[in-house]
Design a protein around this ligand. Structure first.
Ligand SMILES: *Cc1c(COP(=O)(O)O)cnc(C)c1O
Length: 355
């Protein structure tokens, strides 16, 4: 027997790993500057590392109280009920839960293009049909509610990303509300705030209190530096709380992930340093890089370089790994993650020799 017909599913292309590239180039991984996956250049929150060590001896137990504690803690941070916090295996896992909770076979979803590939992948796994709305380069990748609603044809989920990966653009709370108002009652507006910590704009979580058709995704992968741990969550409308127990993969957020997440929330200095440095780096890239780029509210900058594949390959030969955005639907560009001051300067220096 064979798996079902998967021909309309695409394989996810992750940014290249540092060991993988170092081996291929015959270089020391330490000498590479990896700015291809929007990871935290300072590593994980130190308090999270300590918690991971401390809780290693208790991984024989299923994560029950730690998950409950983390849900309570996050609920406190956002002033929602613990039932509204759906912990998951990364933000990607939260996307799966929201698709699982809402899609019936054949339901449509509306995703941004360019955009994050996993929205469409997750929707297809859950037997959804994918339609797209454009963010236009000619309009600075602006996310206008009018343009989104113009593309809308009754889909069950509309995905918004703010700050948007890979362009860095944002949509305001007023804009999000306009999308929610302009779509059917049975349409979920899913606001992906994976980069929310890097933006000065208010979170859309407030809307989950006043509406039953907005959910927000957050993750520990970016600002908290826990990408390898896989911890993210959705915050859903109060009315939805009961659905979690019916759709979640049991214990998808591991004991270590929950403990590390709790500790990371206490590590304010680490997040502050991360956010401050990203703000410096995105400004530096925008100002100093010798090719057009877009102002970003995230921890990355999109740059127009001609041929993204060629430039990314050439930079890699010089030890700087950036992301070719062809798989996002932007073949002419690369995305540079904000590094440390040193790493960011080195990346700009190398890229300026290439563009
Ligand atoms: C990184 C990212 C996520 C979530 O990543 P996880 O590592 O699964 O938490 C979600 N959306 C966007 C746009 C991202 O860039």
């Amino acid at each position: 027997m064979q798996p079902r017909d998967l021909s309309n599913h695409t394989a996810y292309e992750a940014g290249r790993g540092i060991e993988e590239v170092a081996r291929e180039l015959g270089l020391d991984p330490e000498s590479l500057v990896k700015l291809s996956s929007n990871e935290n250049p300072f590593g994980p929150a130190p308090k999270a590392v300590e918690a991971i060590r401390r809780h290693a001896p208790s991984v024989h137990s299923y994560p029950k109280s730690s998950a409950a504690d983390l849900r309570e803690r996050l609920a406190g941070e956002f002033a929602v009920d613990a039932g509204q916090v759906w912990l998951a295996n990364g933000g990607d896992g939260a996307l799966d839960y929201l698709a699982r909770a809402t899609l019936r076979p054949g339901d449509g979803v509306l995703v941004p293009t360019p955009g994050f590939a996993y929205y469409a992948m997750s929707a297809r796994y859950h037997h959804g049909v994918v339609n797209e709305y454009p963010l236009r380069k000619s309009e600075g990748f602006e996310q206008s509610p009018e343009a989104i609603l113009e593309a809308y044809a009754g889909e069950r989920i509309v995905y918004l990303t703010t700050p948007h990966n890979p362009t860095g653009s944002e949509i305001s709370l007023t804009g999000i509300k306009a999308v929610a108002e302009g779509t059917d009652e049975e349409t979920l507006v899913l606001v992906d705030e994976a980069y929310g910590e890097f933006s000065g704009s208010p979170s859309a979580v407030a809307l989950t209190e006043e509406r039953d058709d907005v959910a927000v995704l957050r993750t520990f992968s970016k600002a908290y530096g826990l990408a390898g741990l896989r911890l993210g969550y959705a915050i859903v409308p109060g009315e939805w709380a009961d659905a979690y127990a019916r759709i979640n993969t049991p214990f998808a957020a591991s004991e270590i992930a929950c403990r590390a997440g709790l500790a990371a929330l206490d590590d304010e200095a680490h997040v502050e340093k991360t956010v401050e440095t990203a703000a410096w780096a995105r400004e530096y890239v925008y100002e100093t890089l010798a090719c057009p780029s877009w102002e970003s509210a995230g921890n990355f900058v999109l740059c127009e370089v001609g041929d993204g594949g060629d430039v990314a390959a050439a930079a890699q030969r010089e030890g700087v790994i950036v992301r070719d955005t062809t798989s996002f639907g932007l073949p002419g560009c690369i995305r540079i993650t904000c590094g440390t001051r040193e790493g960011t300067k080195r990346a700009v220096e190398v890229l300026n020799g290439l563009v």
